[in-house]
Design a protein around this ligand. Structure first.
Ligand SMILES: Cc1cc2nc3c(=O)[nH]c(=O)nc-3n(C[C@H](O)[C@H](O)[C@H](O)COP(=O)(O)OP(=O)(O)OC[C@H]3O[C@@H](n4cnc5c(N)ncnc54)[C@H](O)[C@@H]3O)c2cc1C
Length: 248
């Protein structure tokens, strides 16, 4: 089975996010990048499917050279090969188009994306790849079992789950539940050493124009400091709620 896992390189969830150039550019200085958490679930599931049925797991990232450490980590976790499409990904459509172009020439049985990236949160790339390749798409997928050429999938819906069947090939937007959190794999020394000699191919992008471009970014307004009112001073509390917070 040939499985392709799309990996987005995203800032660590604890990173302090800042912007430069009047809020038009993300400031990557000092930011640690990690595998998008939803993609980590997908990658681990891909490894398990490969171990059960044989085949190959390839990870693909659209990005410049700065995404390579995250790709090497994916190889250290166990992916067999990595592909980087050399492009500064700034738009969901052109990112999906580049991945679809690769897949047209390198067909896969299962294409795994995350349900969304945790930085730009577009939640668009997986669905777009499926549409561009005329393949079924199951988003928010939290269960996947393969039997021959058929898959049983589950997806999260409000207050429950939906059971789905699909023939291969298909695209999923994966999330927690595909595997348990405790099953996520941490690269060990052997994996890190092996990753160094695994193939990481770089393809030039097809220079597809994006459909959107960001004007600037705004951070949420900082919360004001908390005011403490003496427990006996109810008049002051009422005054502040009425005249400052204007909630009563
Ligand atoms: C101004 C700006 C600058 C940006 N700069 C960078 C940058 O320097 N480097 C960078 O990596 N991203 C950058 N991005 C993010 C980039 O836009 C995304 O990679 C891409 O547009 C998809 O984002 P999304 O939120 O729509 O993804 P979603 O649709 O939310 O992602 C869903 C899934 O699609 C897959 N996916 C998403 N993006 C990629 C990708 N690039 N490669 C492979 N699979 C992917 C993953 O499996 C992910 O879980 C930038 C975005 C903006 C707006």
């Amino acid at each position: 089975m040939n499985i392709v896992v799309c990996i987005s390189s995203v800032p660590d969830t604890t990173a302090k996010i800042n912007f430069t150039d009047n809020g038009s550019k993300f400031d990557a200085n000092g930011v640690q990048f990690v595998i998008n958490p939803y993609d980590e679930f997908g990658l681990t599931k891909a490894m398990m499917l490969k171990e059960a049925t044989g085949g190959k797991v390839t990870v693909i990232t659209v990005g410049d050279i700065t995404v390579e450490p995250v790709m090497r980590k994916s190889l250290a976790i166990g992916a067999d090969a990595a592909v980087r499409i050399n492009m500064n990904a700034t738009d969901s459509y052109s990112t999906a188009r580049e991945i679809a172009n690769y897949l047209i020439n390198n067909p896969a049985d299962i294409i795994i994306t995350g349900r969304e990236s945790i930085d730009y949160n577009g939640g668009a790339v997986g669905g777009m790849i499926a549409e561009m390749m005329n393949l079924p798409f199951v988003n928010a997928c939290n269960g996947l079992e393969i039997s021959g050429n058929t898959a049983k999938l589950t997806r999260e819906i409000d207050g429950g789950k939906e059971n789905i069947t699909s023939e291969l090939p298909f695209v999923i937007g994966g999330q927690k539940g595909l595997v348990l959190e405790s099953e996520l794999r941490i690269p060990n020394m052997r994996g890190i050493m092996q990753a160094r000699s695994k193939p990481l191919e770089v393809f030039e992008s097809s220079s597809i124009e994006g459909l959107t471009s960001s004007v600037n970014f705004e951070k949420p307004v900082e919360k004001e400091a908390c005011k403490l009112v003496d427990a006996d001073n109810v008049a002051e509390l009422v005054n502040l709620l009425q005249n400052e917070a204007k909630v009563i």
